[in-house]
Design a protein around this ligand. Structure first.
Ligand code: SF4
Length: 415
C-alpha cells in the first residue's frame, strides 16, 4: 500500500473564504485528514464512492463521444438555451462556458440562481467601498455583522480574518456588533445586537445614513431606534469599521436599494475614518463568475449572447425569471450546493426542460445528458476567486478518471 501524502497550503473551496492554509493528507485514495479542522471543509473534500458512470444519456451509461453527440444534438434544437450555476466552476471552466454560450447564442446568468446578488449592478451604478479580508483582519477595530453568521456559514472566518485573528495594526481589542433576524452563533459574540426582520433593512440603512448626515429623525417612528443609534455611534467612532453582510442582506427583492443605501452610508463614514463593506458569498466562486462575465462582455451579468454582441438586462435575464416565464427551451446546468437552496417552483420548472448537466456527485435533479466531472480543488486544479475577489490557485489532491468541465466543453466545441 502506498504511503500517505500530505499536501501543504491547499486552498479549500468549502465556502467563499477559500482558506489557503490547509494541510490535506491523502491515504488509500481518499482524504484522510484536514488540518486545521473545519466541518465544511471535511464535507467538501469527502468524495463519495458512488459508482456513478462518468457520462449518462437519459440515465444510461454512455461513452464520452456518445454523450457529447447527444448534448450537441439536444442543443442544436434549442433556440434559447440558458447556462446557470457558473459559480461552481473554476475560472477556466467559466471561460470555456462563456465561449460555448457565445457559440450557442445563449443566455447566461452568472449569479447564484437561488440567491440573487445585485452587488455587480450596485458596483456599476453607485460604487462601493470594499477591502480584502486581509485588510479587515489587520485593521478593523469595529465589525458589524449584518445578516451574516460566519460562525455557522464560514467556520474559520473569525480565526483567519476577523474577531479572533491577530490584527497587525490593531492597538486594542475588536468590537463586534450584529443585526439579524434572530440570535445566532455570531450575534452571541456581539455585545451590541439588534434583532430586526429582513423587511426592516432598508429603513435601518436609511436611518444610519440620516444619522451620518446629521438629518432630523422622528425617533418614535424608527423601530429599534436605541440600538441603531448606538450601532452608528460605534461605527462612526471606529478607526476602521467593517460591515460584513451575508446573502440574506442583499438577496431580497429590494437588495439593490439596500446595498446602495449602505454604500452611501459607508461613504459618509469615510469622511472621518475608514469604513468598508465586505460581502459574504453563498459559495466558492460566484464572485469569480461575475468577474468572468464582466471580462468577457463588459456587463455584470446576466447577459444574452446575440449575433450583434451581448445584451444585458439585470432583472429580465435572471435565470429564475427566464425559466418561470418559459423564455428558455434548454438548460446547461452546472450542479452544486445552489440546487439545495433553489425554490420548489424553480426546480419543478427546470425539470420540464431538456437539460445538459455537469456535476461531481450523484444528483437527484434530472438531466437528459449528464457529465460527471472532476471536483475543483480536490480532483483537479485551476483557480477561483475568494469572496473579496482575490484569485487563488487550487491543488489536485486526489487522482481521478473524470475530465474537468473545461475539458468536456472544449471537446464538445471541437467535435
Ligand atoms: S472556513 Fe470555508 S474555506 Fe475555510 S476551511 Fe472552512 S469551509 Fe474551507
Amino acid at each position: 500500500m502506498s504511503q500517505p501524502i500530505t499536501f501543504a497550503d491547499v486552498v479549500c473551496c468549502g465556502c467563499s473564504c477559500l482558506c489557503d492554509d490547509l494541510q490535506v493528507t491523502v491515504a488509500a485514495g481518499q482524504v484522510a485528514q484536514i488540518a486545521p479542522a473545519c466541518p465544511h471543509a471535511a464535507n467538501y473534500f469527502a468524495i463519495a464512492v458512488d459508482g456513478e458512470p462518468n457520462y449518462t444519456i437519459n440515465g444510461e451509461e454512455a461513452t464520452i463521444d456518445a454523450a457529447i453527440a447527444a448534448a450537441t444534438t439536444l442543443l442544436a434544437g434549442a433556440k434559447s438555451p440558458l447556462l446557470l450555476g457558473l459559480g461552481e466552476l473554476t475560472i477556466d471552466g467559466q471561460r470555456a462556458a462563456l465561449d460555448w454560450a457565445d457559440r450557442l447564442g445563449a443566455y447566461v446568468d452568472a449569479g447564484n440562481p437561488a440567491e440573487p446578488d445585485p452587488s455587480g449592478v450596485v458596483l456599476q451604478s453607485t460604487g462601493m467601498i470594499t477591502a480584502t479580508l486581509g485588510e479587515i483582519r489587520d485593521r478593523a477595530d469595529v465589525i458589524l455583522f449584518w445578516n451574516a453568521d460566519p460562525a455557522t456559514t464560514q467556520p474559520r472566518h473569525f480565526e483567519r480574518f476577523s474577531l479572533d485573528a491577530p490584527g497587525r495594526f490593531l492597538t486594542g481589542p475588536r468590537t463586534a456588533l450584529a443585526i439579524d433576524r434572530q440570535a445566532t452563533a455570531t450575534s452571541a459574540r456581539a455585545p451590541l445586537f439588534c434583532e430586526s426582520p429582513l423587511s426592516q433593512n432598508l429603513e435601518t440603512a436609511h436611518t444610519l445614513l440620516a444619522l451620518a448626515r446629521g438629518k432630523k429623525i422622528d425617533r418614535k417612528r424608527v423601530p429599534k431606534w436605541a440600538e441603531i443609534e448606538q450601532i452608528h455611534a460605534r461605527l462612526a467612532s471606529a478607526t476602521y469599521a467593517a460591515i460584513v453582510c451575508g446573502p440574506p442582506f442583499y438577496g431580497g427583492a429590494d437588495g439593490a436599494a439596500i446595498l446602495e443605501t449602505l454604500a452611501d452610508y459607508v461613504r459618509e463614514l469615510n469622511r472621518n475614518n475608514r469604513a468598508i463593506i465586505s460581502l459574504e458569498r453563498s459559495g466558492p466562486n460566484w464572485i469569480g463568475a461575475a468577474e468572468s462575465i464582466a471580462w468577457r462582455t463588459g456587463y455584470p451579468s446576466p447577459v444574452r449572447f446575440a449575433a450583434d454582441g451581448p445584451a444585458f438586462d439585470p432583472t429580465g435575464y435572471r435565470a429564475a425569471k427566464l425559466i418561470a416565464r418559459r423564455q428558455v427551451d434548454a438548460l446547461i446546468r452546472f450542479d452544486g450546493d445552489w440546487l439545495t437552496k433553489a425554490s420548489p417552483e424553480m426546480l419543478s420548472a427546470m425539470a420540464k426542460l431538456p437539460v445538459v448537466s455537469f456535476g461531481w456527485s450523484e444528483s437527484e435533479h434530472p438531466a437528459a445528458v449528464r457529465f460527471h466531472v472532476a471536483k475543483p480543488g480536490v480532483e483537479c486544479g485551476g483557480s477561483m476567486h475568494r469572496q473579496d475577489d482575490v484569485p487563488l490557485p487550487l491543488t489536485q489532491v486526489l487522482p481521478t478518471t473524470r475530465m474537468t468541465t473545461e475539458e468536456v466543453i472544449r471537446q464538445m466545441m471541437n467535435a
